[in-house]
Ligand binder design. Structure first.
Ligand code: NI
Length: 179
């Protein structure tokens, strides 16, 4: 297994649209899922979409359990039903480090997806799991949660992350100059 590099907003690759997985049960798909789970737990985070590690296929890993021992892998997930009732949850994202803000979404959803072997399953989700599934499925459509916020907030977040990015690049350059 290996840790994967997580793209940071506003990286344009976060806006690519993921293609459905067509081959199940392959070593390649198993390795992608294992690496994504390892990367998610290491971060640590409760969900990761393949888009965030620059793989543009409909694959999501989620674990919202307290003990982080209930991994769910969603391949080609589809929302088959969403409640009229909404909930607002303070969301964060591994691609937008240090930023949390309220996003309103349906409070309950039903999701149909496939596991790595291509076996179909259905999940009724509410609470954090419902938030997380919808957030990760947005990633597969090239959408980052900050796009639900006002343009003013979004531009502030973009500027903050770009500044941090430049700082990290400068630190790396200084480190290599000192060698
Ligand atoms: Ni995210």
């Amino acid at each position: 297994m290996a840790l994967l590099n997580i793209l940071r907003y506003p990286d344009p690759r976060l806006h690519k649209i993921a293609a459905p997985v067509t081959e199940f049960g392959t070593d390649r798909l198993r390795k992608l899922v294992a690496d994504m789970a390892e990367t998610m737990y290491d971060a640590p985070g409760v969900g990761l979409a393949a888009t965030q590690v620059d793989v543009h296929e409909r694959v999501v890993t989620i674990d919202v359990s307290e003990a982080q021992d209930k991994l769910i892998v969603f391949i080609n997930p589809e929302i088959t039903w969403a409640s009229d009732e909404k909930q607002v949850y303070d969301e964060g994202c591994l691609s937008v480090p240090g930023v949390y803000d309220g996003v309103e979404r349906p409070a309950q959803v039903k999701v149909r997806a496939f596991d790595v072997d291509g076996k179909e399953f259905n999940i009724d989700a509410d609470g954090l799991l419902a938030v997380c599934i919808q957030h990760e499925m947005d990633h597969l459509m090239g959408k980052v949660f900050v796009e639900y916020l006002s343009p003013l907030k979004r531009n502030r977040i973009k500027a903050k992350l770009q500044k941090e990015e430049r700082g990290m690049a400068r630190d790396a350059a200084q480190r290599s100059a000192r060698r």
